[in-house]
Design a protein around this ligand. Sequence first.
Ligand SMILES: C[S@@+](CC[C@H](N)C(=O)[O-])C[C@H]1O[C@@H](n2cnc3c(N)ncnc32)[C@H](O)[C@@H]1O
Length: 273
Amino acid sequence: MDGTAEGNGDVGAGGAIYDYGDIYDLIYKGGGKDYGFEASTVAHHIRKRNPGADSVLDVGCGTGGHLGYLANEFSHVEGIDYTEGMLAECRKNLPEIPVHMADMRDFRLERRFDAVVSLFNVVGNVADRDELDATLASFTRHLVAGGVIVVEPWWFEENFTPDHIGSSLTTVGDTTVARVSHSVREGRTTRMDVHCVIGEPGKGVRHFSYEHVMALFRQEDYEAAFTRAGCSVEYIEGAYPGPGLFVGVRRGRGGRVMGSDALRTHGSSTGRR
Ligand SMILES: C[S@@+](CC[C@H](N)C(=O)[O-])C[C@H]1O[C@@H](n2cnc3c(N)ncnc32)[C@H](O)[C@@H]1O
């Protein structure tokens, strides 16, 4: 992706695509999004900062595109998502991985993790900076001291390309999906109008459209949210195609960034594929 809105999944007011996890997979997995490479890149950044990391929570896990690969790297993985259509597809794809319906802005699971990741622009689905703060605070609450956060943000005010037309045409098996989107900037949000045409034997051709509004922050807004949540933060550009990655480490007492081995609260458990 190159500063455009294309490549994003879509929730916003309509949220249509997230009601159809199978169509979402067709568009993105079927379209060649390299979940395996992305997950191994994320695992590398986690291990670099916390070599003993063993457990990972994927926030906004969707249909589990990264979760399946992360489960090959870490002993215990779990996911949360806010849309039943995506979770249903995730459970179908990865029945052995626990996933929960939860809102990233305020969730409470019963355990903490060595890493919390949130990939493919999930965190752009907030209304404003207060919600971004609440989201990062929720992530940090679920980390052991020295635990790592990896966030793939939405595009920044600095690099978003307005008036962009995105398009993809994907065929998997005998089903074809055409997706065309138009993105504009509206104040401190982006609005994307998306149209999907699906052709499938036995069902014919159907069409749906929806609007997806996401928050547009500056790089420094994300960094400030990490800092306020009690984490260090660095921005890594070009880790893989997309808007880059923020990687933070939860500080221990006294503001020191600590290795998680000293303070780990959970050992390994199930989840490896
Ligand atoms: C673009 S998709 C990314 C899904 C997955 N991470 C991937 O890479 O395929 C965005 C996901 O964020 C989820 N989402 C949106 N708002 C959320 C919220 N407030 N809490 C948790 N998940 C949310 C959506 O349901 C959707 O599954």
